[in-house]
Design a protein around this ligand. Structure first.
Ligand code: SAM
Length: 368
């Protein structure tokens, strides 16, 4: 590790100061990192058990009004063929998720106001009426009235990553819509007030993101009481401003001081530390993590703190158009093939498939 020596031993999660978190992020000694992996895995087992909850991910629309500097489906990207799925196709995905034994369907999209509040509410009602699935929405920064209508219609959870707690970096990569300041932390509080299980998360290795700022992100997770936390590596998309910046920095070797790498290892450190500070939250082994290391990313995520996987169930003709980053994992695989490989991995790891909706079970201590 670089910096002032090895981080102190891992003990009670509350004892992990922000400085200690940063020291662990900088740790590079494999034997010491084994301590971190072991502590995260033991904490995961003690608080949320060996079950892995499977959430079927359906990418309902790739239309987006935003201009996020990192995202391939940003509005200004004219190379994207845009689509919106029909209600019947989404309901068919929900039936398939149920047939696979998943407890949840996640409906994700760009920030698409063509998905009207009424259309989404009707879709949620139909999925709830036809399946026993929990419904998670991930539809961006919609007005409170929309969020309230969807909750009223039966939606259970909402995912909205704050992406980075570094205000300056956030403004750089996530421009406001005209006349509306983006405040995802406030949106998350609104979601919690409306009774959603709220999920957030970050990207790891965004150009300009420092070790100190990722340590602050983990510290923020500790204080937020969110039910789900998704952590994935930043994957550069060439048709985006941030992808171009990333490529230029790779070519010149000119990185900001203290730049955090967008590697599998760094992402696993963030997942493991997050498990220690939020022992009973649901943490996915993200698709981006499985892409950055196709051999071992998902297995490492699951053995270093994660307890959720989100298999993609979007029909392939849409999935290939939902290109938030290039070469998205599983893009040409069928939902059946993705499901089979995840089930095989869980057997290999000695983990069981979670039953029921797989919501957060708040615990006050190990095994409680
Ligand atoms: N529109 C919704 C929103 O912004 O929350 C949901 C869809 S958005 C594509 C889902 C997540 O994808 C974002 O929160 C972001 O963290 C992640 N993402 C987008 N582009 C990415 C990239 N190039 N690398 C890694 N993750 C990315």
């Amino acid at each position: 590790m670089s910096g002032a020596g090895a981080p102190p031993p891992l003990g009670v999660a509350d004892a992990l100061s922000r400085e200690t978190i940063e020291a662990w992020l900088r740790e590079e000694d494999a034997a010491r990192l084994d301590e971190l992996w072991r502590a995260a895995d033991e904490t995961r087992r003690a608080y949320v058990g060996d079950e892995v909850h499977l959430r079927g991910l359906c990418e309902v629309s790739n239309v987006c009004v935003r201009s996020c500097a990192y995202c391939g489906i940003r509005a200004p990207n004219r190379g994207v063929q845009r689509y919106r799925m029909h209600t019947g196709d989404v309901v068919a995905c929900a039936r398939q998720a149920r047939a696979f034994g998943y407890g949840t369907i996640v409906l994700q999209a760009g920030e698409d106001y063509g998905l009207s509040a009424e259309w989404v509410a009707d879709l949620v009602r139909r999925i709830k009426a036809e399946t026993a699935l929990a419904v998670t929405l991930s539809l961006g920064e919609r007005p409170e009235a929309d969020l309230a209508a969807w909750r009223e219609a039966g939606a259970d959870r909402y995912l909205l990553r704050f992406e980075t707690s570094d205000e300056r970096l956030y403004r750089h990569i996530h421009p406001d819509l005209p006349g509306r300041v983006s405040d995802r932390l406030a949106d998350l509080r609104t979601l919690q007030r409306l009774g959603y299980e709220a999920g957030t998360g970050i990207m790891v290795g965004v150009p300009g993101q420092t070790y100190a700022s990722v340590a602050a992100d983990v510290d923020l997770f500790r204080g937020m009481d969110t039910d789900m936390i998704g952590i994935g590596p930043y994957l550069p998309h060439p048709a985006t401003p941030l992808g171009a910046e990333f490529a230029a920095r790779v070519a010149s070797g000119d990185w900001p001081p203290d730049q955090v790498p967008n590697t599998e290892l760094m992402t696993c450190k963030v997942v493991a530390l997050t498990r220690l500070v939020r022992p009973d939250s649901n943490l996915p082994a993200t698709t981006a993590l499985s892409l950055v290391d196709k051999e071992a990313g998902r297995a490492h995520g699951l053995s270093r703190g994660a307890n959720v996987v989100m298999p993609n169930i979007t029909p392939p003709e849409y999935r290939e158009k939902y290109e938030i980053y290039p070469e998205k994992a599983d893009v040409h695989e069928t939902a059946e093939a993705i499901n089979a490989s995840i089930q095989a991995l869980l057997r290999e790891l000695g983990r069981t498939v979670g039953t029921g909706a797989g919501g957060r079970r708040r615990t006050s201590g190990p095994g409680a």
